[in-house]
Design a protein around this ligand. Structure first.
Ligand code: ADP
Length: 489
């Protein structure tokens, strides 16, 4: 009998394979980073072949490391960076172009032409370069001959879940409803590709995958059922066992993503949030979520490390920021790809304001950590306004939560406690949970709730006056970033 479940977590910066036991404990993991291809300002690409090869390597390495065979896995779940777009040849499996990553802003002009109210009403999404539709449109318009090949059904579109499923199963062209809900092509009412939107973007139906439930039968790999596919943020919601309406989590990785379960009715946002599918089990009613997406969270730390060279590693940000008491009036708004929720301002560009000669890399690094927290606070505020529910504690996960100073700042800036679970890899865990439930490895979501344990909690320590002052400065800094996209000046 198989005692474990595997999860492929195909993230923005790396691909992992993780193996969990019935108690939700990590048994093994293997992780490989892939290249961030940055051909010009605003462009972000990945090599799809590198990602596929990394996926195979990590599966192999994790199994070998734990002394396990594929037959020891009851199922595999897939979770992935959402929205990023790939088109490949149906016959040869060759990608026709690099993956265009969710952060890429090359389709600014295409987005500006859209009827925002119509798109939002149909999809739950505010038109933005973030989502897949305009990226597919861009490929069809810019890769020679692609439009003709697409209409003849010779090429296929997929987000990273589809790409991996296609390769793992030897040619099944499928996606799940959470990933599909991020393409800006799926109707929130029918949960199917919307003919009017396909026409609007000029995307042939023949290139799109079939939409399945998150926990469903996706085929097999080495004899193991692939039993779940679910977007990374929805997987984290699942891994944090936010199964009841009003339960929420915030994941801090490359970007930051706060999702709140709103039950089986989609809640429309009037404060800059996204209405999205949270998850769907087989033929059960879908569960919806409200989401606040922040484009740059941990990526601001990566930028300090890789572009400015002031950090040797991401974790050094904690020691460097802790070497000063305070950011001393410096605000850093990392709007590298515009501002996402709740502002949705593609014309914003990053700024560091309030500098004097006295300030050092330590102050700027501290301001970067604060920015992660202020952006989250903006989204928490919008969530409270849209849902009428105020959080009494924020459940957190993701790479940045390894930074205790940042989590303390988050509690201070929010004014509510912040709680991190024992298994920080909730994204992979959520995909494993969905797959395990699908094959009966876990019997019910109650089994999963019992697996959730708190590891650490941070209590707010700032006075209300200090918090208010910080928020006022932050909002003033946001104002200074608007309209800075060079194309608009
Ligand atoms: P993703 O799934 O988006 O690839 P992860 O959850 O693996 O992201 O987190 C990676 C991100 O977290 C990177 O952007 C990195 O800069 C940031 N990060 C990792 N460790 C720390 C830390 N100790 N302090 C601040 N940021 C960190």
């Amino acid at each position: 009998m198989a005692h474990f479940v595997g999860a492929i977590d195909q993230g923005t910066t790396s691909t992992r394979f993780m193996i969990f036991d019935r108690a939700g404990r990590e048994i093994a993991r293997s992780q490989l980073e892939h290249r961030q291809i940055l051909p010009a300002a605003g462009l972000v690409e990945h090599d799809a072949t590198e990602i596929w090869e990394n996926t195979l390597k990590t599966i192999d390495a994790a199994l070998t490391g734990a002394g396990l065979e594929p037959a020891d896995l009851a199922a595999i779940g897939i979770t992935n960076q959402r929205e990023s777009v790939l088109v490949w040849d149906r016959e040869t499996g060759e990608p026709v172009h690099n993956v265009i990553v969710w952060q890429d802003t090359r389709t600014n002009d295409l987005v500006a032409r859209l009827d925002a109210a119509f798109v939002r009403d149909r999809t739950g999404l505010p038109p933005a370069t973030y989502f897949s539709a305009t990226k597919i449109q861009w490929l069809l318009e810019n890769v020679p001959g692609l439009r003709e090949r697409a209409s003849r059904g010779e090429v296929l579109f997929g987000t990273m879940d589809s790409w991996l499923i296609w390769n793992l199963t030897g040619g099944s062209h499928l996606t799940d409803v959470t990933n599909a809900s991020r393409t800006m092509l799926m109707s929130l009412e029918t949960l199917d590709w919307d003919p009017e939107l396909l026409e609007l973007f000029g995307i042939p139906r023949a290139m799109l995958p079939e939409i399945r439930s998150s926990a469903d039968s996706y085929g097999t790999f080495s004899g193991v059922p692939i039993a779940a596919a679910i977007g990374d943020q929805q997987a984290a919601l699942f891994g944090q066992t936010c199964f009841a309406p009003g339960e929420a989590k915030c994941t801090y990785g490359t970007g930051g993503f706060l999702l709140m379960n709103t039950g089986t009715t989609p809640v429309r946002s009037s404060h800059g949030l996204i209405t999205t599918v949270g998850y769907r089990f087989g033929s059960d009613a879908p569960v919806f979520a409200l989401e606040g997406s922040i484009a740059v969270a941990g990526a601001a730390i990566q930028w300090l490390r890789d572009q400015l060279g002031v950090l040797g590693s991401a974790s050094e940000s904690e020691t460097l920021a802790a070497s000063v008491e305070d950011s001393e009036g410096v605000c850093f708004v990392p709007a590298f790809s515009g501002l996402f929720a709740p502002y949705w301002r593609p014309d914003a560009r990053a700024a560091i304001v309030g500098l004097s000669r006295y300030h050092t890399a330590a102050h700027i690094t501290r301001a970067a950590l604060e920015a992660i927290c202020y952006q989250t606070r903006d989204v928490v505020e919008a969530m409270a306004q849209d849902s009428g529910t105020t959080l009494d504690c924020l459940q957190v996960d993701g790479g940045v939560t390894g930074n205790a100073l940042c989590m303390q700042l988050q509690a201070d800036i929010l004014g509510v406690p912040v709680s991190r679970p024992a298994v920080a890899e909730t994204t992979a865990l959520g995909a494993a949970y969905a797959a395990g439930l699908a094959v009966g490895f876990w019997k019910s979501v109650d089994d999963l709730r019992d697996n959730w344990h708190e590891d650490r909690r941070w209590q707010p320590s700032w006075s209300p006056e200090r918090r208010e002052q910080g928020i006022t400065r932050w909002k003033a800094a946001i104002d200074r970033t608007l309209g800075w996209n060079v194309g608009t000046l």
